[in-house]
Design a protein around this ligand. Structure first.
Ligand SMILES: NC(=O)C1=CN([C@@H]2O[C@H](COP(=O)(O)OP(=O)(O)OC[C@H]3O[C@@H](n4cnc5c(N)ncnc54)[C@H](OP(=O)(O)O)[C@@H]3O)[C@@H](O)[C@H]2O)C=CC1
Ligand SMILES: C[C@H](CCC(=O)O)[C@H]1CC[C@H]2[C@@H]3C(=O)C[C@@H]4C[C@H](O)CC[C@]4(C)[C@H]3CC[C@]12C
Length: 275
């Protein structure tokens, strides 16, 4: 059985759908909430900063969301992951799409040997995604819904200065690609879309990495829309921006040393000062 379709996208596909978006107080997550609101979806947004979430919810209602709510707290705590899904059940009695997008704070610099940082980051960027998926699966099975996992080029290829972060994103690929196979074997119609993103202009990425990156950043608004489209179309993977992600992935297994050197040459390494 193959549930990954070749249909065209229409915004009406999201009308009345019940969607959780994590990490939606800023950046790509915030833009996804606005697109979904314009399409008439019910949205439940989550992040730590309550004041920002309140503004996102107000904006979503203005843009035409069927309903908009938030839950605030840190995804370092698995109880929050479960509480968010419970809230969706209470509000709507079901769920159509789970968009996993949040990331915890990390640094863009030489690996500093901090093992505890990796443990924390794995909890926030990886384990909470698993915990939310476990809690949400019964509702998603009922609605034949979708899971959308936001990952990165750094979750498919080795990129310097992102060792801890990269580990968490590779973990997502391993877990969700394996789970996708099991769902297909068991004839369970819940799609999993893994989104492999290149450099996107968000406040965080500009602050952390713009002095090192040579390639231009893509727009967060367009990126957010592409993620939603891929989820709605039940695509296996999204590569965005297409050529800057797809070409390196094609080179990866055939000429790995060449890709490594291309990747290093694309960075202003001299601008990274050991911290
Ligand atoms: N921007 C880029 O160049 C790229 C981004 N990506 C991926 O895209 C996704 C979004 O990135 P981007 O928009 O740039 O990131 P942002 O920093 O703009 O957004 C991160 C979101 O996560 C929330 N967050 C941070 N810490 C926690 C926590 N401990 N618990 C719960 N929520 C938290 C933030 O809100 P708050 O602080 O209020 O909690 C915010 O809403 C990520 O998965 C990232 O890996 C992938 C490749 C490139
Ligand atoms: C250096 C990469 C792009 C190189 C290219 O030639 O296109 C970037 C690809 C993904 C980026 C990172 C990412 O996944 C998001 C993190 C988010 C934080 O907001 C900023 C740092 C990031 C580690 C970011 C840094 C650049 C990339 C690795």
């Amino acid at each position: 059985v193959y549930f990954y379709s070749k249909e065209d996208f229409k915004p009406e596909m999201l009308r009345g759908k019940r969607v959780i978006i994590t990490g939606a107080s800023s950046g790509i997550g915030e833009q996804m909430a606005y697109h979904l609101a314009q399409m008439g979806a019910h949205v439940l947004v989550t992040a730590r900063t309550e004041a920002k979430l309140q503004k996102v919810v107000a904006q979503c209602l203005e843009l035409g969301a069927a309903s908009a709510h938030y839950v605030n707290g840190s995804m370092e705590d698995m109880r929050l992951a479960e509480a968010v899904v419970k809230e969706a059940k209470q509000l709507w009695g079901g769920l159509d799409m789970l968009i996993l997008n949040h990331i915890g704070y990390t640094y863009f610099n030489y690996f500093n040997g901090d093992v505890e940082h990796i443990r924390k980051l794995l909890e926030t960027n990886f384990l909470s995604y698993v915990a939310m998926t476990v809690s949400a699966l019964p509702m998603l099975k009922e609605s034949t819904g979708s899971i959308v996992v936001v990952s990165s080029k750094a979750g498919k290829i080795g990129i310097p200065f992102a060792a801890s972060y990269s580990a968490t994103k590779f973990a997502l690929d391993g877990f969700f690609s394996s789970l996708r196979q099991e769902l297909i074997i068991e004839n369970i119609n819940v799609s999993i879309t893994l989104c492999i993103l290149g450099h996107i202009a968000t406040e965080t990425s500009q602050k952390m990495a713009s002095h090192v990156l040579r390639s231009p950043a893509a727009l967060k608004e367009e990126c957010a829309l592409e993620i939603i489209k891929s989820g709605a179309l039940r695509k296996r993977e999204l590569h965005y921006p297409y050529s800057s992600v797809k070409i390196p992935l094609l080179i990866r297994d055939w000429a790995p040393e060449f890709l490594d050197s291309l990747t290093r040459n694309n960075l202003n390494v001299e601008n990274v000062k050991r911290s």
